[in-house]
Write a protein that binds this ligand. Structure first.
Ligand SMILES: Nc1ncnc2c1ncn2[C@@H]1O[C@H](COP(=O)(O)OP(=O)(O)OP(=O)(O)O)[C@@H](O)[C@H]1O
Ligand SMILES: [Mg+2]
Length: 370
């Protein structure tokens, strides 16, 4: 069986390293200290928080993923569903539902798992004033149960209509929950900064910031080599170095490329650099449809900028060479094209550099010279 896992949370024997961060998170949680976990996409933020809580035996997780959230109504429904999952006790949930009867929830039991499932009358729209009620509910559960509250992809809260109000209401309750640790996880640095480090934000300095960096090469490569060896495949150091490079050092992408390398290497064979091309072709064939969708969203000029960026790297987008490569357009139009591609999540800004969200898309684009 392929030992490499990507695209989902990894725990236990699939979780490598992060000793210091695990310890820090664990200490903060024990002290009921709120934390904000920052890091690039697929670097390992969610796994880190899950693993830290898993190691704190006896502590549950109230986990809410805010990815793609667009309204306060959706936020509250996700929070309530998470609470029901945490409680997992039909009679308690029924009682809780009574206190929220104006939200018209209904409760059913999953026939397979016997877990309670809560659903809401679609015609009732939950408003911001219920945020505090739901947080009171969380506090009341904390009196009889030990758990950590995690808001994952927290930056997406900025996309809801009345974001400022929702954030202020959350903050006003959370600051009094002295016995609960809240963990806010987010990936888009500038958006998380807006929430936690902008003096105008209600969450300003309200949580200890922790940054998840790419995994150090030495530690992560040892972990990967062991996985290859267990399955009777020897991997060359040089090949692994190239894997890190192509994947831009991003943890999840490194595992994805290793998964493909494993697939294209028969047992007993060596994983050498010549297998990289075949492994990438495998990834391309699986992801081709999404690359084509990205391209269909772009104008000719945006595509030119994207290709120039793949060729020249994202540090020099305002250089003469770059402007020449895209046909002597002004820096303002280059800027607009890049901003649009950041908005549709093809590119992102990392410090002063513009980078591809998906490094394999960049590798696919390059030889095609689009
Ligand atoms: N500690 C780790 N050890 C081994 N692999 C890891 C580790 N952390 C992350 N990964 C790899 O990265 C992938 C993504 O991890 P995870 O979902 O935790 O990252 P994330 O930063 O939360 O991603 P996203 O930005 O998509 O939310 C995992 O599926 C796994 O392949
Ligand atoms: Mg995540």
């Amino acid at each position: 069986m392929n030992p490499f896992k990507y695209g989902s949370i990894v725990l236990g024997k699939d979780f490598c390293g992060r000793k210091d961060l695990l310890e820090q998170i664990s200490n903060h949680i024990k002290a009921s200290q709120n934390i904000a976990v920052f890091g690039e996409r697929r670097v390992g933020k969610s796994s880190l928080v899950y693993e830290a809580v898993r190691r704190l035996r006896g502590t549950d997780l109230l986990y809410m993923d805010l990815l793609g959230i667009k309204s306060t109504d959706a936020l509250l429904k996700r929070m309530l569903r998470a609470i029901v999952t945490l409680e997992n006790n039909v009679s308690w949930v029924t009682r809780m539902i009574k206190t929220l009867s104006h939200l018209r929830p209904t409760i059913t039991t999953d026939p397979v798992t016997s877990m309670p499932i809560v659903s809401f009358d679609a015609s009732v729209e939950l408003k911001a004033d219920s945020i505090q009620e739901v947080l009171d509910l969380i506090e009341s559960i904390s009196k009889k149960k030990c758990f950590v509250v995690v808001f994952d992809e927290f930056q997406d809260i900025l996309d809801i209509n009345d974001a400022d109000e929702a954030i202020a209401l959350l903050r006003s309750k959370i600051q009094f929950h002295n016995n609960i640790a809240y963990v806010f996880v987010g990936s888009m640095r500038h958006k998380m900064d807006e929430i936690f480090t902008s003096p105008n934000s209600a969450f300003f300095k309200s949580a200890i910031p922790l940054t998840v960096d790419p995994m150090p090469y030495e530690e992560f490569s040892k972990f990967l080599v062991k996985k290859f060896e267990k399955g009777g495949r020897k991997v060359f150091k040089e090949t692994l170095k190239q894997v890190f490079e192509i994947s831009n050092n991003i943890t999840g992408d490194i595992q994805q490329l290793c998964e493909a390398l494993w697939e294209v290497t028969p047992e007993g064979d060596a994983v050498s650099s010549d297998k990289l091309k075949t492994a990438l072709e495998l990834i391309f064939s699986r992801e081709q449809k999404s690359y084509e969708t990205f391209i269909s969203l772009l104008t000719d000029f945006q595509l030119k900028c994207l290709t120039a960026l793949a060729k020249q790297g994202g540090r020099r987008v305002y250089s003469m060479d770059f402007v020449k490569a895209v046909g002597h357009h002004s820096s303002a139009s280059v800027n607009r094209a890049i901003t649009r591609m950041i908005n549709i999540n093809i590119l992102f800004k990392s410090g002063k550099e513009i980078r591809f969200v998906n490094p394999f898309f960049m590798a696919w684009l390059l030889p095609r010279g689009r």
